[in-house]
Design a protein around this ligand. Structure first.
Ligand SMILES: [Zn+2]
Ligand SMILES: [Zn+2]
Length: 178
């Protein structure tokens, strides 16, 4: 069963559990520099106490990423768990809040429906590594001829590594006649 939104009145007091699955379209994840492979499976644990909901989301999914070194595409599995503290209602003015309520983790939702999509979307986007690697020891591409050093060799492999920034600086210096 796909549950995109949880209605507060449909939740019973205490523990509620749901399972859902989402496509990249459901999560508005098209046009990213990664792809969601198949569907994302979500386990939703919602503990309701009055107008407070402690929401724990556990997402299982596979992303197709591009290696930052060799530019190959590869699949990586993820299992991410996150807890959110939600209060249904208007956020009180700062002065009215007690110290306890001034909790940066509490999110206020003004409608009585909790939409899962923004939470799940955030979980996925934050899980993508800054520099994804197809394997920890990926050898990358040759900076001179571009062959993939994971599969091929070339005559540049054993040359001393030239710092490209330094090379550019030297080039600039020779152009300026320094
Ligand atoms: Zn790689
Ligand atoms: Zn080469």
């Amino acid at each position: 069963m796909i549950k995109l939104k949880l209605r507060l009145e449909d939740l019973k007091s205490g523990l509620n559990e749901f399972w859902a699955s989402y496509t990249d379209e459901d999560l508005d994840l098209k046009n990213q520099d990664f792809e969601l492979v198949n569907k994302l499976d979500l386990y939703i644990r919602a503990v309701k106490r009055g107008r407070n909901v402690e929401l724990t989301l556990e997402a299982t999914y596979t992303l197709r990423l591009t290696c930052a070194r060799c530019l190959d595409k590869f699949n990586k599995k993820f299992n991410e768990k996150e807890t959110y503290y939600i209060k249904i209602g208007k956020e009180p003015f700062f002065e009215e809040k007690s110290l306890k309520e001034r909790d940066i983790f509490t999110q206020f939702i003004e409608t009585d429906e909790i939409d899962m999509v923004p939470f799940v979307r955030e979980i996925v986007i934050l899980s993508v590594p800054m520099k994804p690697l197809c394997k920890p020891d990926c050898k990358g591409l040759c900076p001179v001829c571009g062959v993939n050093w994971n599969y091929e060799t070339c005559e540049h492999m054993n040359q001393p590594k030239v710092d490209t920034r330094m090379a550019k600086l030297l080039e600039l210096k020779s152009k300026l006649g320094m």
